[in-house]
Design a binder for this molecule. Structure first.
Ligand SMILES: NC(=O)c1ccc[n+]([C@@H]2O[C@H](COP(=O)([O-])OP(=O)(O)OC[C@H]3O[C@@H](n4cnc5c(N)ncnc54)[C@H](OP(=O)(O)O)[C@@H]3O)[C@@H](O)[C@H]2O)c1
Length: 267
């Protein structure tokens, strides 16, 4: 029996990368899944791979654009009515950025905030009342090491991830006595399509696999690490390659960090 047997887990951004890997890892541990993203065709591809396992039931696909906040309350109500209460919400959907702050339109900054920050909190606020009513539940947020320090070409992305930490650290304090847990995940470089889908200054997509991304850790390794974090009831999970040292250098030696980080390749 898997460690997530009987748990119902909603994963956003499940059509690709980290979300897709989380779907496989959670499924392997016996979870029921609700998989969301904007592209139903890609969700169906993921579900078809999952359904080749022993237990083809218990997978619900739900198209969801997290930046469409107005649609979220009705979607959450209909999902809960159909599947039952959500035990674990994994807020993973996100977009990155590859553009200098001075050249990036405010519209692009807002788009990144709408998906990464407002989309995440809108879905959380819609799922939370049912968790609070049951005195049980876990909310996981896929942040980034960009939620711990800024970097070249990531001004709005880093802002959106920093904002998540402020919001969810406050929420954690507010709901722990009612049995709801909050876990923040800070990955370094993970090999996914994130750089292909990242927004440039004019809002078009970057469409290029960065060297750092291509050399990153696998999404499946990260998914397994997140599942370990769930079992250990961790509040923050860090996972990646040598770039993770920057988090600790910034925390303990901020001036040294500032000198070292500006020597890194802007990509
Ligand atoms: N890869 C890394 O190195 C890395 C590092 C740190 C943090 N992260 C974070 O990990 C998360 C997943 O990224 P990834 O690396 O797996 O990238 P990815 O392969 O590009 O996947 C992004 C996922 O988000 C979904 N998505 C994008 N916009 C959406 C929207 N408006 N509404 C709903 N879903 C949306 C996409 O699905 P559709 O296009 O079908 O909607 C896709 O499933 C992101 O939050 C990212 O910031 C990634």
């Amino acid at each position: 029996m898997g460690t997530l047997e009987g748990k119902r887990i909603w994963i956003t951004g499940a059509s690709s990368g980290i979300g897709e890997a989380l779907a496989h890892a959670c499924r392997a541990q016996g979870a029921e899944l609700i998989l969301s993203a904007r592209r139903m065709s890609e969700l169906e591809r993921v579900a078809a791979q999952l359904a080749s396992d022993q237990k083809p039931t218990g997978i619900t696909l739900q198209v969801l654009d997290v930046s469409d906040a107005a649609s979220i309350p009705d979607i959450v109500s209909s999902v809960i009515a159909k599947t039952g209460s959500i035990d674990i919400l994994i807020n993973n959907a996100g977009i990155s950025q590859r553009s200098y702050a001075a050249e990036t339109s405010l519209e692009v900054d807002r788009r990144i905030m709408e998906v990464n920050f407002f989309g995440t909190i809108a879905l959380t606020k819609a799922v939370l009342p049912d968790m609070l009513a049951r005195n049980s539940g876990m909310i996981i947020v896929i942040s980034s090491i960009s939620g711990k320090f800024g970097f070249y070409l990531r001004s709005a992305y880093a802002a959106s991830k920093h904002a998540l930490h402020g919001f969810f650290e406050s929420l954690r304090m507010e709901v722990w006595q009612q049995g709801v847990r909050v876990m923040m995940v800070c990955p370094g470089k993970i090999r996914t399509n994130i750089s292909l889908n990242a927004l440039k200054a004019d809002g078009s997509t970057h469409r290029s696999m960065d060297d750092g991304q291509a050399g990153g850790r696998s999404a499946r390794e990260l998914a397994d690490r997140i599942l370990l974090g769930i079992r250990r009831n961790e509040e923050e999970v860090f996972f990646g390659g040598p770039e993770m040292k920057a988090v600790w250098i910034k925390r303990f030696f901020p001036r040294l960090f500032s000198k070292l980080i500006r020597k890194q390749k802007p990509e």
